[in-house]
Write a protein that binds this ligand. Structure first.
Ligand SMILES: NC(=O)c1ccc[n+]([C@@H]2O[C@H](COP(=O)([O-])OP(=O)(O)OC[C@H]3O[C@@H](n4cnc5c(N)ncnc54)[C@H](O)[C@@H]3O)[C@@H](O)[C@H]2O)c1
Length: 451
């Protein structure tokens, strides 16, 4: 049961009637991934025709037990007809062939008939090409147009449905399985309206039931909240985890590390000995580095004490910069390592009373973008995850009206859970997710903030 009382009420028998009678929106209890589940799609998956969709044929039957196709023959798939088919849990539309404006009508023709056939918490993925890779201006413009369509469709989705646009570069087709396993499944329950680019990447997941097997991960701020959920999710996916948090959090940290079969590392990331202690502890090398530790010290700039400013910048931005560079210089980050920086949508949009926090979070986004090209030759990726409103101790302490606004001002009409952020980090940590680098993945239910 969520700590969000409105969503619980709106989904109760009495609440449902009342909410409908006064015309309020009913946010849906979102489906989440349960440990032990095998199929990314539990229900019907519909795949359109197209050159990128052709690559999905090769693994489509691993995604679902109920496969339907539209406009092409896929082995094991049934032809889809809107009036006769079952409810759809997931849809993939290949829009990569749309290069002239008159072809954009195919978006309406494909999606309109099926919108009434969507199951609850349905996930739609549109495949396209990054406009910057297309020479002809009309083709680039047509592909850019699809971004507007997908973001609006995401806003029109009902019953917990999501829509994403994946730009697939030449050579990145063999990373579609990992991306679709994430974006078509409840692992991406709280992500909608996003555009993510896949580039070619040679590393591959070997075992989809334990995609992080054999990988060693470090998570900062892992004693509670989002960091604890990340450590738990990485361990679920097979990683060996080192959980780092301040020495004051030692008992929570050790309890969680013991439960996950990982190691606890009580350490203040801003302390003078942080670099040496970390290098010493990780001398066997690491594959996944998650900079999650973060603090807020909110005040408008006019009233901001110097220690509020300095402490937030030190924990949120300077420590991730210094530690990442030290781990790279020392050779502790292995080839094909994955680095994830925990930003925030307020780092994209700005937020009153948070000049220090948003400066630090925007800086992390800048760090991901700036470091990505130099790390690519070693197969190392670096990305930022930008959560929106997530139900944690940090947000429980917000004033009531701000908290309610934060929850409702998104297409999904609710806050996310730490697990939602953790699933995004776990996906970006997979070997094949080297296809994504220098990007920002928002986990915000398509919040209107900074969109
Ligand atoms: N909760 C949200 O809605 C939300 C939204 C956007 C971004 N975020 C970001 O997600 C991250 C986690 O947030 P949360 O809500 O779980 O916060 P939280 O306060 O519950 O947890 C943060 C953890 O970081 C640890 N930490 C703080 N300073 C540290 C230091 N110097 N060294 C080592 N560890 C330190 C804390 O002890 C704590 O365990 C933060 O970076 C936060 O800015 C959260």
């Amino acid at each position: 049961m969520s700590s969000d009382r409105y969503i619980n009420f709106a989904n109760s028998d009495m609440g449902r009637r009342l909410v409908k009678a006064v015309g309020l929106p009913t946010p849906m209890h979102l489906e989440r991934w349960q440990a032990g589940r095998l199929r990314p799609v539990e229900g019907t998956l519909l795949i359109s025709a197209g050159p990128l969709a052709d690559h999905i044929r090769l693994f489509a039957q691993r995604l679902t037990d109920s496969l339907y196709s539209f406009g092409s023959d896929i082995p094991g798939a049934t032809a889809w007809a809107a009036e006769q088919g079952p409810k759809l849990k997931a849809v993939v539309f290949d829009a990569s062939v749309l290069v002239r404006p008159e072809q954009l009508k195919q978006l309406r023709e494909f999606f309109q008939p099926l919108l009434r056939s969507l199951d609850h918490c349905a996930h739609i993925v549109i495949l396209g090409l990054a406009p910057s890779t297309l020479e002809a201006p009309v083709a680039a413009s047509t592909q850019q147009a699809i971004e507007g369509f997908s973001r609006s469709l995401a806003k029109e989705m009902r019953n917990g449905g999501t829509v994403q646009l994946l730009h697939v570069d030449e050579g990145a087709q063999d990373q579609l399985e990992g991306a679709l396993r994430f974006f078509l499944s409840p692992k991406s329950a709280f992500i909608s309206g996003q555009v993510i680019r896949l580039s070619s990447c040679t590393a591959q997941v070997k075992d989809w039931s334990r995609p992080l097997a054999g990988r060693k991960a470090v998570v900062t701020g892992a004693a509670r909240g989002i960091g604890a959920a990340i450590a738990e999710t990485l361990a679920r996916d097979g990683a060996q985890v080192v959980l780092l948090d301040v020495p004051q959090a030692r008992s929570d940290l050790e309890a969680l590390a013991a439960r996950l079969g990982g190691q606890a590392l009580p350490l203040d990331i801003c302390s003078a000995e942080a670099v040496t202690q970390l290098l010493e502890h990780l001398n066997g090398g690491i594959d996944i580095l998650v900079h999650n530790a973060g603090i807020t010290r909110d005040k408008t700039l006019a009233n901001m004490p110097v220690d509020f400013w300095d402490s937030v910048l030190a924990v949120n931005l300077e420590a991730p910069q210094t530690l990442t560079q030290a781990l790279l210089d020392n050779g502790t980050l292995n080839d094909d390592a994955r680095i994830v920086l925990m930003a925030s949508i307020s780092g994209l949009a700005g937020n009153r009373g948070q000049t220090n926090y948003t400066t630090s979070k925007a800086g992390l986004i800048g760090l991901a973008r700036a470091m990505a090209p130099a790390l690519q030759p070693r197969g190392i990726s670096i990305n930022a995850v930008a959560p929106g409103f997530i139900e944690t101790r940090m947000t429980a302490e917000m004033p009531f009206t701000l908290r309610e606004a934060g929850r409702r001002m998104s297409s999904l009409g609710q806050g996310g859970l730490p697990q939602d952020v953790a699933e995004a980090v776990a996906w970006l940590s997979q070997p094949g997710s080297g296809a994504v680098t220098g990007q920002v993945l928002r986990v915000c239910g398509q919040s209107v903030i900074g969109a």
